[in-house]
Each structure stands twice: as structure tokens, then as C-alpha cells.
Design a protein around this ligand. Structure first.
Ligand SMILES: Cc1ncc(COP(=O)(O)O)c(C=O)c1O
Length: 437
């Protein structure tokens, strides 16, 4: 813990001694825990020469086992492994029958995949502001639902849900479908309910930065049999499969078009092993993060992101809020100079303004209403005429814009030592005494 001498010492940015000299560990939560368990299951797939999920020389059924485990833990009827979180979002929207003439409401702080999934379906993204949870603001959602609204894409950002129950209720009461994006919050919960329990469909990502990882991968959860079968057909080749894993082209209800986004057995094996470690990984991040946060609570000028249920936070990010953009930048630079940063190339300690494509106005493809082909889709589709006046420029969402400028983010590695945690607390206190005092 810092003593008076330490907090009063000259800031490292002004030539003083930094709190620490070695970098903090890489965040990449799940990757840090890859070990013998993953190796053992992946080896089984390799030895069985059976990397395809639906059949093989000696299928090990890794993806099927993963889906079963997922259904048990999340208490949902159906789970489907897919190739990425981005694919999962698009499959989910297609399964929900979202297309031209529909708008999907989503928060202005999210990930570019959320927008692309909507646009690629030929539908229109409608931006909703956030609140201090850094997730969708339920009141703004209620105000923005209109006659063309078909679904709400609610995103559990930076490790934890916001006011998810309220949001799901508002959407469902208006007859809208809810797609819950848990890519950044796998293993988090709220009031004892797992993130991924609230939407008609929930999706996860297992890309390298996520709480558990197979490098690439994703998963879809739902309860409705028809939605599930639509997801199965769409994620594959446009048709469902028989028990033997063969395509079933003659079931008229599920004669569709497929995206070719199956999950392979090697990724399934890795994820089965990673799932067994999920609580340890999130527990490590949550404990470290809340130790830091509680030690800093009450510091003048320093506020924190609102987390409705701290016990359910999966913990990968500490978001701090400052009185102004200038203070936020000054504080973050000073923290980095104190040695609160990760290895070269990591994004461990940054201002939220530097968090790129997470903010709506940083997506040029959205702001400039780009299309993939030269047809101007989805903006040019006659059924989307209702959205002609929609703007995605900075200034569309005042709270988003304000929080983006005066907040900062510290990634919490799942392998922080006691010493790392103490250094982080000491550095925050030292910098706060000078910059916010
Ligand atoms: C909120 C959110 N949704 C979706 C995705 C997409 O996941 P993937 O990278 O697996 O396609 C991500 C990935 O970063 C994400 O953060």
C-alpha cells in the first residue's frame, strides 16, 4: 500500500521514480490459462483424425459435448457452436427474420461486429445512448423504439451487463426480439442469473481477447425450437442435419441459405477445457479488480463505471471516469509513466477515447453508410427509406460522446499477482494526489 511519502513523491512523468519498472502481464484472459487440459482434448481429436463436428473417422463429439455443458450451465434448451462471435450475431439476426424494412436498436458503445451483422442482413442500425453502466440506457431505448423496430441488440460490455432485465422487459413488452451479446462478458451474471439468459438468443465469442478462448469461435444460446433449427441451418449450408450428420434438404421449413460458419472439433476441444476454467479465470479478474476499485473508492475526482451486481462482474476491465477530458488524458499518461502498462503492443492502460471501433462514430463504414457491393445496401433499399435521415456522426448520442472522452480503461489480467495489484493501487493514489488533489 502506498504511504504518504509515496503519494507525495514526484510523479514519474515529471522525472520522479516510477512505482514499477516491469510491465503488467498481458490481459488475454483465457489464453493465459491454456495448458495440459486443452492439450489432452485437442490431442484426442488429432489422434482420432476427426476434426469435423458432424461425422468423421472416429468423431470425439467435442462440439456436441461443449453444447451440452453450455445448456446445463446457462439453463437454456439449445446451444450451437459457430465459427465466431461476428458470425453468431449475423446468424441470430437472420434466424430472427431481420431484414430490409427492419431496424435493430443497439448501443453506441459496442463492437463493430454488432453493426456489421445488422447491415449485412439488409436492416438498419438505430443507435441508443448508454448510461453510467456503459451499456444501453433503458430510458433511451424506450424513447427510440418505433414502428420499424424489430429487435434490440443489447451488448453486455467490458465484462458485465448493465440494466439488462429492464432492457429485455421494455423490448419484449413492445413485441421486439432481444439478442444478447455476451462476447465480452462470458461467465458474468446479475442477481444470480447468467449473462446469456435474457435474450431470445444470446451469443458468445471465443476470439483471443475473450474470457475463454479457442483463438476463434462463437456460440449461440436459445430456448425456442424453431429459432434453434433456423440457426442450425443458417450456420451451416442452409439445411438442418440428420442424426448421422448428413444434410436434410427435404424439410421445407428449413430450406434456407447458409453462411458456412460451423465450429470445428479442435476449437470445440479447446473450449471444453477452457469452460472448465471459466470460474477460476473470471474469479481471478473479479477479485483483483474489486480489490483495486474498493481501495480507490472515495478518491476525490475519481468515479467508476456503475456495475449493477459487482458479484456477477467477470472483471476484465476497470473503467474510471474523470471530471474532464483533459484530466482523463493527464491521469492516464501519468499512470502509464508510473509503469501501469502492459507489454509492448498491448492496450492495458488507455483512455476510452482510444478504444477505437467500440464507439459508433469511430466506424467510418457506419458514419459514411458504406455498402459491400456498389448497390448502396442496405441504405438504398426502398423498404429502408424510413431511415434516410438517420445519422451516425459524433453528436448523435450525448452520453456516449461524453463518457468516451472523460473515461479510461485498465485491462485486468487474469494472472495479476498481489504485488501487481498493490502497485496499481499505489500508482492510482499517487497520480490522484497530484492530478485530482
Ligand atoms: C461485443 C462484441 N460482440 C461481438 C464480437 C465479435 O466476436 P468475434 O471476434 O469472435 O467475431 C466481439 C469481439 O470482440 C465483441 O467484443
Amino acid at each position: 500500500m502506498p504511504n504518504v511519502q509515496q503519494t507525495e513523491a514526484t510523479l514519474a512523468i515529471n522525472g520522479g521514480e516510477p512505482i514499477r519498472k516491469s510491465p503488467l502481464p498481458w490481459e488475454l484472459p483465457g489464453a493465459q490459462w491454456i495448458g495440459d487440459e486443452e492439450l489432452e482434448l485437442v490431442t484426442k481429436v488429432v489422434q482420432a483424425k476427426s476434426p469435423f463436428r458432424f461425422y468423421g473417422l472416429d468423431s470425439q463429439q467435442m462440439v456436441s459435448k461443449l453444447e451440452e455443458e453450455w445448456c446445463k450451465r446457462w439453463k437454456r434448451k439449445h446451444a450451437l457452436g459457430v465459427s465466431s462471435g461476428t458470425a453468431a450475431l449475423r446468424i441470430a439476426l437472420a434466424a430472427m427474420n431481420v431484414g430490409a424494412g427492419d431496424e435493430v436498436l443497439l448501443p453506441g458503445y459496442m463492437w463493430v461486429s454488432c453493426i456489421s451483422a445488422i447491415v449485412m442482413q439488409g436492416a438498419i442500425p438505430k443507435l441508443v445512448d448508454i448510461d453510467e453502466t456503459f451499456c444501453m440506457n433503458p430510458d433511451d431505448l424506450a424513447a427510440k423504439i418505433g414502428p420499424k423496430s424489430k429487435a434490440v441488440l443489447v451488448v453486455n460490455m467490458s465484462g458485465a451487463p448493465g440494466h439488462i432485465e429492464k432492457i429485455a422487459k421494455i423490448a419484449h413488452d413492445k413485441g421486439l426480439k432481444v439478442l444478447e451479446d455476451c462476447a465480452q462478458a462470458c461467465g458474468s451474471s446479475q442477481n444470480g442469473k447468467q449473462a446469456g439468459s435474457h435474450g431470445d438468443i444470446a451469443i458468445f465469442s471465443f476470439q483471443l481477447n475473450k474470457n475463454i478462448t479457442s483463438g476463434e469461435g462463437g456460440l449461440i444460446l436459445c430456448d425456442d425450437d424453431d429459432l434453434y433449427k433456423r440457426c442450425v441451418a443458417i450456420h451451416d449450408l442452409g439445411y438442418t442435419r440428420s442424426d448421422e450428420g448428413r444434410l436434410v434438404p427435404n424439410d421445407e421449413r428449413y430450406q434456407m441459405w447458409g453462411f458456412g460458419c460451423r465450429l470445428n472439433e479442435l476449437a470445440g476441444a479447446m473450449l471444453l477445457a477452457q469452460l472448465g476454467k471459466l470460474d477460476k479465470i473470471t474469479g481471478a479478474m473479479r477479485n483483483a479488480k474489486w480489490k483495486i476499485r474498493r481501495a480507490l473508492e472515495g478518491t476525490r475526482g475519481l468515479e467508476f463505471r456503475e456495475i449493477p451486481d459487482p458479484d456477477g462482474d467477470s472483471g476484465p476491465f476497470l473503467i474510471t471516469i474523470y471530471p474532464s477530458k483533459e484530466k482523463c488524458q493527464e491521469f492516464t499518461k501519468a499512470l502509464q509513466a508510473e509503469g501501469i502498462k502492459g507489454p509492448e503492443g498491448s492496450l492495458t492502460c488507455i483512455t476510452m477515447a482510444e478504444w477505437g471501433l467500440h464507439w459508433y462514430y469511430n466506424n467510418p463504414s457506419l458514419v459514411k453508410k458504406r455498402s459491400l457491393a456498389n448497390d448502396g445496401m442496405p441504405w438504398s433499399h426502398p423498404a429502408n427509406d424510413f431511415a434516410k435521415s438517420y445519422s451516425y456522426e459524433k453528436g448523435t448520442l450525448p452520453k456516449c460522446d461524453e463518457l468516451a472522452e472523460r473515461s479510461a480503461m485498465l485491462a485486468i489480467a487474469s494472472t495479476l499477482s498481489e504485488r501487481d495489484v498493490e502497485d496499481i493501487i499505489a500508482a492510482f493514489k499517487k497520480v490522484a494526489a497530484h492530478v485530482l488533489g
